[in-house]
Design a protein around this ligand. Structure first.
Ligand code: FMN
Length: 218
């Protein structure tokens, strides 16, 4: 089957894209409202794209009536947000945070998720998250009814038991992130395996090239 995306209605594009591009990691995004309420909402149009600068990206769609979601409104106002990674322990709470509550509802509290103040931004993070990333907005790209938010990570707080004895890598027996597949289907990373390049690959690698000299450079 073939689908011409230039002719498909947006809801069909959404269905196809989210059915096939997965699993998508889930960011439980916490922000602070103007009235001081903590807000929490899951976002699976999310990933990390760079370490220098350290950039994560969120895609936030407006509600069907065109009104911006609380998360986006709070991010525009404060230029800050926190990404809380989600594992099975947080799954039920994450789903509750996805309910379209009124802006004054503190979703993490409603969902029974304890929180702690972030270190560099004005929001709170989820206390039991395996990893919280405090972000400042790098830029927002606006489309009609959709905003793509680039956030620069300024602080990462990791739950100690998620790290191995060296403290450098995750312990895969402990950190098993949850991700979204299609519709209400999710997957947990509990069947991890190692896949290494063959030993000969070192000989196949192209030799590093000198960077091209800029015109006029000495
Ligand atoms: C697993 C999951 C992933 C979601 N991903 C997104 C997303 O990437 N972008 C988006 O706009 N909404 C997404 N949603 C829907 C929002 O979480 C939902 O609209 C929520 O009510 C927004 O809350 P807010 O108004 O407090 O920001 C997702 C929901 C779930 C359950």
């Amino acid at each position: 089957m073939d689908f011409d995306f230039t002719r498909l209605p947006p809801q069909d594009r959404y269905r196809l894209l989210t059915n096939f591009v997965g699993p998508r990691p889930i960011a439980l995004v916490t922000t602070r409202s103007e009235a001081g309420h903590l807000n929490g909402a899951p976002m699976s149009f999310f990933n990390v794209f760079s370490q220098d600068p350290p950039i994560v990206i969120l895609g936030i769609q407006s509600r069907p009536d065109g009104v911006e979601k609380d998360t986006l409104r709070n991010i525009r106002r404060t230029s800050e947000f926190c990404v809380n990674m989600v594992d099975m322990e947080l799954a039920e709470g994450m789903i509750l945070c996805g309910v379209n509550f009124a802006p004054e509802v503190d979703e993490p509290a409603f969902a029974g998720l304890g929180t702690r103040p972030c270190r560099q931004i004005g929001a709170d993070y989820v206390a039991r998250t395996p990893c919280a990333m405090e972000c400042r907005v790098e830029r927002i790209i606006d489309y009609p009814r959709r905003a793509i938010i680039l956030g620069e990570v300024v602080e990462m707080t990791v739950r100690d038991d998620c790290l191995d004895a060296s403290g450098r890598y995750v312990d895969p027996a402990v950190y098993q992130p949850l991700a979204r597949l299609h519709a209400d289907n999710y997957v947990v990373a509990d069947r991890q395996f190692e896949l290494k390049k063959p030993a000969e690959a070192a000989e196949w690698e192209a030799a590093p090239q000198a960077a091209p000299r800029k015109a006029g450079a000495e």
